[in-house]
Structures are given as structure tokens and as C-alpha cells.
Design a protein around this ligand. Structure first.
Ligand SMILES: Nc1ncnc2c1ncn2[C@@H]1O[C@H](COP(=O)(O)OP(=O)(O)OP(=O)(O)O)[C@@H](O)[C@H]1O
Ligand SMILES: [Mg+2]
Length: 276
């Protein structure tokens, strides 16, 4: 469903690492393409995991231009130069600059308005995509603030571990800080609970706690809690969608349809994450 309206921009965030932000960003991109949308992935992480998964670029085979150039106003390359096709038709990527992205962070600190550079650049390609999914890194640095400033909504990916629940609270207060200090409203479209181990009692308890917290915050939990599933990890590392699995198990089929319904809920909800 290509449209000429502005892309819906969603950042996948959590200030804690390893919770599945990159896996969920990738799977949401695949689901959006299955639904006929045009998708741009933005890799706002110097680790460049989603760039490596969806393209042949890495620290040796660097992309011709990257998010590092887009953020750094001294660079001559534009966002149009940086956007690349990926292994899946319909999904483009604004690749990570790997070490260059990390290095540009120091230069950015002395550039007024650097936080807004990604938001500004994405406005140039707004009409070319239906969804822009931003994979963010687990840090409160300038790259992450630029990623948050560029998004209309955030999906928080959470693991039902004690430390990850603390990460959730840090992430929500970072969103509050944006509002207070940068005048940026970033509504939370929902939480995805990932990497659940059904045989662990502490996970069951933390799941209940997360459900109560979501209800208190009036935020939906998107889809079903995702169990730790080796196949989903393996597919995601090579940039494949659950829908592309050559021999899908019922669980993989279930993931594919769950991400379809998550993307559908993003399409039908307003920018406040409230269903129209
Ligand atoms: N549901 C899952 N089942 C199995 N493996 C998973 C699942 N979700 C994520 N993984 C694996 O867990 C690891 C961490 O996931 P991922 O890289 O998506 O987390 P992240 O939040 O993006 O991490 P970082 O904060 O470092 O960017 C990866 O190896 C990934 O393949
Ligand atoms: Mg990641």
C-alpha cells in the first residue's frame, strides 16, 4: 500500500542492551513489506548489526555513505547518497557508519542542532516510504537522542529480567527528559516483550509485573510475549524475515503473523498510539 503521505517513523528503543531491539526492528520491516509498504531501516547503532544483517556492508566493506554523514553537517554526502537497497526488495537502509558513526559523535557535540539532524534529513525522504523503522543503541548519547528526535513513536522492547525492567524505567524517563528539555513528544506505541523463558519462575513473575506496569501506564503490550527461539535469532542475524523461513515451524509462523498484526496496529493507530 504505497502512499504519498509522510512515512510513519518508529524507533525501537531500550537503554538496556541485548533485549531484541534489532531483531524486532528487522522483523517489523519484513512484516511491513509483506503488507505492501515501502520501508526504510535506519541503523542508529555503531555496532551496525542490522546493517550487517541486511547488506554486505561491514567495517571492511564500508557503505559509500552512512548515518555518520547524515548526522555530520560538515560531510558532503546527503541522505540520498547514503540510502541503500537491502537483500529484500521493498526494504531500504540508511546504514550505520560503524566506527565513523562513533567518531562523529565527538564532532557533533560542538554542532548546534545536531540532535535534530536525523529528523531534518528524514523529512527529505518522507514521501518515499510508508514506514521508517529506527534501530537504536542502548546508550543516552547524541546518536540515540537524534534517533529519538527523528521518530513519531517509540516501541520499547523489553526482556522479563530484573535488570531489563530497570532499563525500561530509564528509557521511559529518557522520553520524559526529551519532552522537558527538547520539547519533543515521543509517544510510546507499545511494548514488545521478548526473550521469555517459559520454564523460569522469575520470568513468569516479571511478566505479570510488566503487564501491570503497562496497564498503569496505559500502554499496550504488542503481540504475545516472544519466547527465546533459536530459529528467530538465526534468521534475524542474516536479515531474513520469519515469513521467509524455508521450513517454518508453527512457532515461526506465529511470529510472522504476530509481526504482521503489530505493523497493522501501527498503520491503524494515530501518532499517539491510540487506535482510531
Ligand atoms: N526471541 C529471540 N529468540 C532467540 N534469540 C533472540 C531473540 N531475540 C533476540 N535474540 C538474539 O539475542 C541477541 C540480542 O538481540 P538483539 O541484537 O536484537 O538485541 P538488541 O537489543 O538490539 O541489542 P543491542 O542493545 O546490543 O543493540 C541476538 O543474538 C539475537 O539474535
Ligand atoms: Mg541492536
Amino acid at each position: 500500500m504505497a502512499s504519498s503521505t509522510k512515512a510513519s517513523k518508529v524507533v525501537f528503543g531500550n537503554l538496556k542492551g541485548g533485549v531484541g531491539k534489532t531483531v524486532c526492528t528487522g522483523q517489523a520491516a519484513h512484516a511491513a513489506v509483506v503488507l505492501g509498504h515501502r520501508v526504510l531501516i535506519v541503523d542508529a547503532d555503531p555496532q551496525g548489526n542490522i546493517t550487517r544483517a541486511f547488506t554486505n556492508f561491514d567495517t571492511v566493506n564500508m557503505p559509500p555513505a552512512s548515518l555518520a554523514d547524515v548526522l555530520d553537517r560538515r560531510a558532503s554526502a546527503t541522505i540520498h547518497d547514503a540510502i541503500q537497497p537491502t537483500r529484500r526488495e521493498g526494504i531500504s537502509i540508511l546504514p550505520s557508519g560503524f566506527d565513523e558513526l562513533q567518531a562523529v559523535q565527538d564532532a557533533l557535540i560542538s554542532q548546534p542542532g545536531a540532535e535534530n539532524s536525523l529528523a531534518k534529513a528524514l523529512r527529505e525522504v518522507d514521501q518515499d516510504f510508508d514506514f521508517i523503522f529506527i534501530d537504536s543503541r542502548p546508550a543516552t548519547d547524541l546518536i540515540t537522542r537524534a534517533a529519538f528526535m527523528a521518530a513519531d513513536r517509540m516501541i520499547v522492547v523489553i526482556q522479563p529480567e530484573d535488570w531489563a525492567i530497570r532499563g525500561l524505567q530509564m528509557t521511559l524517563s529518557a522520553v520524559e527528559d526529551l519532552k522537558e528539555y527538547l520539547d519533543k513528544d515521543l509517544p510510546v506505541a507499545g511494548w514488545i516483550i521478548n526473550l521469555v523463558n517459559p520454564s523460569r519462575n522469575d520470568h513468569a513473575e516479571n511478566l505479570e509485573q510488566l503487564k501491570a506496569m503497562a496497564a498503569a501506564e496505559n500502554v499496550p503490550i504488542l503481540g504475545e510475549p516472544i519466547p527465546s527461539t533459536a530459529d528467530l535469532g538465526r534468521l534475524s542475524v542474516v536479515g531474513m524475515g520469519a515469513d521467509e523461513h524455508p521450513k517454518p515451524t508453527p512457532r515461526i509462523r506465529n511470529f510472522a503473523s504476530m509481526f504482521l498484526s503489530i505493523v497493522e496496529s501501527l498503520s491503524t493507530s494515530t501518532q499517539n498510539g491510540v487506535h482510531a
